[in-house]
Ligand binder design. Structure first.
Ligand code: NAI
Ligand code: XMP
Ligand code: K
Length: 475
């Protein structure tokens, strides 16, 4: 028994993306026929398998809106106060909806000046006029622009408002607005009390983003990152977000798991647990709590230094394959999110082939227009900022804002970097999807589930791809 030596001789290969290549297989599938739809968690369906990371240089409202419109989902980061995170989630839920529920209204006794200010502040073009809960009129930007600012709303508003009843179908609402040439349709109950507002803009947007990830009310879906130790924040977010993602470096840790068990009893929404990196972690979690998904990969991220700093890691492909086996062997229905180190469609294809249902990306989306942060020009190129949530600067911010943040460890495990500017999220999603569909075509799979069954992988060697040495590649 060579106990210690066997730790080496029995060690596994911690395979990374660059060690693997997807093999071509017999195919009857055209890339254009490939269906990339999948689940982010047990209950959340998406048209494309992409999730933006909960990092403060990646996902705030604008990114989450763009991700959901493109058919994926964004997870709002937790490196801010509870109030800020709640507001960011709300902004996404308000961005589009068939019937707006928290309608901004005005009292008939208010002045035109006040009405104009409310419209400008909220960037809206009209206000239902409400007196004691009942709809008494409507006032629009045009009414306000041409009226004396000191007049009362009641003097200028339109009184016989075209309204809709609860339960109206989208097509009916569109027809009604078209035939009356109006852009706002208040929804009222039998007593004339205002229940909601339908706007033409929202209906038009729905047609424009046919792939969007929406809830049952037509609102864009959004996730939020949480710490399992901040129950108060999790409960509040669970009432508005579609998905909660536990955001800790090492979920397979007793305190984190115990806190999560408690949390699961308090919230009524899908909760994804992570990050984990091993078969054993997946078994322990699945056998002890009912999570809606697993976020998998430790230390592989583009701005991670966990492997250098601690010597610990579970590279994303290696981790995903282990967790996928555990899920399968336990007969569980738990979608896997591959997280960390993804640089393009090839890495995504490998993650999915190894059993993931979707991928989470920081590096790719940090460079998009919709990520937080300014465009930076270096030389003749443009960049945006990206930083690890365990980096010095990110940790400092969290500690200052969040009284629940007791750092588990003393040293940073992430860095700050610049990533190339990539343009808008919808274009990036389109490009990734096109390349991914081509990969599925090569592998002979028309869906992600078929890829799980059919895809075969090979290990690369230093000679896997050698170009002619005298080739000149123009830059
Ligand atoms: N996915 C990854 O590979 C990594 C991600 N991160 C990111 O950095 C941020 C901060 O993560 P945390 O440091 O976990 O946040 P944190 O400081 O809020 O820690 C949360 C809890 O996780 C547990 N934990 C964390 N590291 C541990 C370790 N080395 N050993 C035992 N238990 C540990 C502790 O119970 C700790 O209280 C998060 O956004 C996280 O996603 C950080 C490192 C690696
Ligand atoms: O070791 C780490 N130190 C950090 O400071 C850190 N911040 C984020 N993450 C993880 O990296 C993922 C995003 O990875 P990419 O940028 O490669 O897409 C994210 O989704 C996280 O899982 C970190 N890992
Ligand atoms: K950024």
């Amino acid at each position: 028994m060579r106990e210690f030596l066997s730790k080496i001789t029995n060690s596994l290969d911690a395979i990374g993306f660059d060690d693997l290549i997807l093999l071509p297989g017999m195919s009857s599938v055209e890339p254009s026929e490939v269906d990339l739809s999948t689940r982010a968690s047990k209950g959340i369906w998406m048209k494309v398998p992409f999730i933006s990371s909960p990092m403060d240089t990646v996902t705030e409202s604008e990114m989450a809106i763009a991700m959901a419109r493109s058919g994926g989902i964004g997870i709002i980061h937790r490196n801010c106060s509870k109030e800020e995170q709640v507001e960011m989630v709300k902004r996404v839920k308000r961005a589009e909806s068939f019937i707006i529920r928290d309608v901004i209204t005005i009292d008939p006794r208010s002045t035109i000046k006040e009405a104009a200010e409310i419209m400008e502040k909220n960037r809206i073009s009209g206000l239902p006029v409400v007196e004691e809960g009942k709809l008494v009129g409507i006032i629009t930007g045009r009414d306000v622009r041409f009226a004396d600012p000191s007049l009362r709303v009641a003097d200028v508003m339109t009184r016989d408002v075209i309204t809709a009843k609860e339960g109206i179908k989208m097509e009916e609402a569109e027809e009604l607005m078209k035939s009356h040439k109006i852009e706002k349709l208040p929804v009222v109950d039998e007593e004339g009390r205002l229940k909601g507002l339908i706007t033409y803009k929202d209906i038009a947007l729905r047609g424009r983003y046919g792939n969007a990830t929406r809830d049952e009310h037509g609102r864009l879906r959004v996730g939020a990152a949480i710490s399992p130790f901040d129950l108060e924040r999790a409960k509040e977010l669970s009432k508005i977000a579609d998905l909660l993602v536990i955001d800790v470096a090492h979920f397979h840790s007793l305190r984190v798991m115990e806190a999560t068990k408690k949390l699961l009893k308090e919230v009524d929404v899908d909760v994804v647990a992570g990050n984990i990196g091993t078969y054993e972690a997946a078994v322990d979690i699945i056998s002890s709590m009912d999570v809606a998904g697993l976020r998998v990969g430790i230390g592989s991220g583009s701005v991670c230094t966990t492997m250098e700093v601690t010597g610990v890691g579970a590279p994303t492909p290696f981790a995903v394959a282990q967790v996928a086996d555990a899920v399968k062997e336990m007969g569980a229905d738990v979608p896997i999110i591959a997280d960390g180190g993804i640089r393009g469609a090839g890495d995504i294809a490998i993650s999915l082939a190894l059993g993931a249902s979707s991928v989470m990306m920081g590096y790719i989306f940090a460079g998009c227009r919709e990520s937080p942060g300014e465009l930076i020009s270096i030389g003749s190129r443009y960049y945006k900022r990206h930083r690890g949530m365990g980096s010095e600067a990110a940790r400092k911010k969290r500690m200052a804002l969040d009284r629940y943040s007791q750092p588990a460890k003393g040293m940073p495990e992430g860095i700050e970097a610049f990533v190339p500017y990539r343009g808008e999220v919808n274009m990036v999603v389109e490009e990734l999807s096109t390349a991914l569909k081509a990969a599925f075509g090569y592998a002979g799979a028309s869906s992600i589930e078929e890829l799980w069954r059919k895809a075969r992988l090979a290990r690369k060697t230093p000679h896997t791809h050698e170009r002619a040495r005298d080739l000149i590649i123009p830059t």
